[in-house]
Design a protein around this ligand. Sequence first.
Ligand code: NAP
Length: 307
Amino acid sequence: MADKIYDVAVVGGGPGGFTAALYATRAGLDTVLIEKLSAGGQMTETAMIDNYPGFPEGVDGFTLGAAMQEGAKRFGCEMRQSEVLSLSLTAPSKVIKTDAGDITARTVILATGAVHRHLGIEGEGALVGRGVGYCATCDGMFFRGKTVAVVGGGNSAAADALYLSRICKKVYLVHRRDTLRATKIYHEPLLKAENVEFKWNSRVVELLAEQKLTGAVIENVQSGVRESLALDGLFISIGRTPETALVKDQLTLDEAGYVVADETTKTNLEGVFAVGDVRTKPFRQIVTATADGAVAAHFAEEYLAQQ
Ligand code: NAP
């Protein structure tokens, strides 16, 4: 196994990774994909995806992940379920050390994604999918006509609150400061939206639930005064952490830790590409990740042809 040299090793089995694997194998490249958990990555957290084209009735994340994996396998991509322990990316032969042995490849497509930051309060994990969510674009439709809160003050929280204000009866925006960090473009429409109420200088200290979320207790960080909000949904939009710990000493990262790569998905290292949520980009969605996967396979093919 260690002697074999693949053309392409894809690290991460989300939409970006599977699309890269599909395009690479379909182009005749000897490809392996390594994923430590189940197929689909972050998609598997989403019960219903209805903004991925081709599924007029929507599709759940597990089904879409499994279908993407099958698509790549159909053309001969080798799938490995193992954990990557380290990557050596600087030499022409890239070595990926996993808990099931080493893998060597001429190119690496990094598709490790990013994880939503959690508030870290009691009950948060257990209520995911039962009122607590991290992606308004994905799950907002379930709260049509209902009352929700968004936590955070960055562009994600502002965009989520604005998006939800068009769907929901009432949206609270709970932010720990007295001003948004989000770009000005969001301020005016948010302030104008009659169903958006700002809860400044506030943090969520408790989740209220009976099987599913019923509300949240927020605390004013200056006065210490607490208030209960009756809620159907709570969207936690406090940023994400990209999965770049294993490559941080080899790849150029931006200040938030994302791999710096433009629309070509090329990183600072020859033969190494970054796709999907792990890459610097303005809009992280399944469709934008799949698009990256196709682009990365194209440039990997081009790079291999030049060797
Ligand atoms: P972000 O810019 O890092 O903002 C995170 C927000 O969450 C901040 O307001 C922060 O508060 C708050 N926060 C962090 N940890 C918290 C905690 N434990 N409890 C309560 N609040 C907490 O993250 P983001 O909004 O997800 O944006 C990430 C990147 O994507 C940014 O570069 C952003 O510009 C980009 N983005 C762009 C767009 C767009 O342009 N349309 C849309 C979405 C995202 P503080 O302000 O107090 O630190």
